[in-house]
Design a binder for this molecule. Sequence first.
Ligand code: C2O
Ligand code: CU
Ligand code: CU
Length: 431
Amino acid sequence: VEDGTRVFELRATAGTTDFGVGDSATRTWGFNGAYLGPTLRAERGEPVRIDVTNALPEATTVHWHGHELPAAMDGGPHQAIAPGAGWQPSWTVDQPAATTWYHPHPHGATAHQVSRGMAGMFILDDTTSRALELPDEYGVDDIPVIVQDQAFDDDGQFRRAEHPFSPVGHLGDQILANGTIGGYHEVTTERLRLRLLNASPARVYDFGLGDDREFALVGTDGGLLPAPHRTDAVRLSPGERAEIVVSLDPGERVVLRSTPPDLGTDPWTGRFAGGDDRFDILQLRAAEHLVPVPEVPDRLAGTPGLDPADAVATRRFRFSGISINDRRMVMDRVDEAVVADTTELWELSTSDGSPHNFHVHGARFTVLEVDGERPGPELTGWKDTVYLAPSTTTRVLVHFADHADPNLPFMIHCHFLRHEDQGMMLQFVIL
Ligand code: C2O
Ligand code: CU
Ligand code: CU
């Protein structure tokens, strides 16, 4: 902390990581280390500054996914950092407690940089989250789980070739949780909070536990849910997060896994989009004596409370054929303009048979309906990314941050990174 500002240093860097696969260590990229990056943490109301340096051989950017901040600090494609150069974004955190993350966003090269390992978690706290009795001791009973799928060649290097029939991009056959294949966590408490982040370029996971036991879903992208949702599965498409609380008995072992997700595609498309795949991701090993932890409270955060009657405009976005509304990303074209601190109704439809998702910068949203139906309890909190199955229409209420800038845009895009890189991205300004 310098003069009341919380300062972080991030150095984008190349290195090698030994994942225990193949003949040599894998050439990887990360922040402050060779793979992934440190967890950053700040409190609502706190001014933050991040001193970023780029020690990579190519330009990068660092985007704060899920943060509400001025467009100049967003780290999108317009905030490029040349090799050897630095960037010092600063803003004041003013949004509910949430599990957010950071990753590069250079136009056309996001998949390549993120899947080399450039991703980290950014946890936000507030007085509500601190007052709730949820497991919150970082590294003990509050654990980040950053999930990436990778494929390796015989030499141990990442293999990037994608299946020619893949509608979504590269899918790996090995799952890395926090950079480890087949890892485990030693559990010392009766309850454990896992902050799940899908940092994979194209894979959708249906996370659950090995014996199908229920857990409490307590948070999604933009913060805590109004109330915990007891379930045995949570779906995360690329970019989405979930906070779950798992209960364990002394001495038991249970695996966090992913079962074949129903992507809503036809079986052929689903197969090449990872819809048949199942993985063990992280084993939880409970000690013989577990420290007591209170039950998850019945109420968590307030309801987002966005009202369709407050929407000042309706916009429609059609995701199809690597375009949105038949447009592809053009760096110097702004596609939409909205007004700061207002709410709009956005209708997101898909029509090309491929899985997609929707992510918006500089805003958060709630899901009103999917194909005319109210969504389930897992979609009752703040979101910034949501899965869009083929031939569906999802209506969301988007609330734009109070950060106007007529000159610098925010992004709307599909977070399947190959789609994004190929141009399934538009730009909007907040006026
Ligand atoms: Cu996770 Cu536009 O980004
Ligand atoms: Cu983002
Ligand atoms: Cu897409």
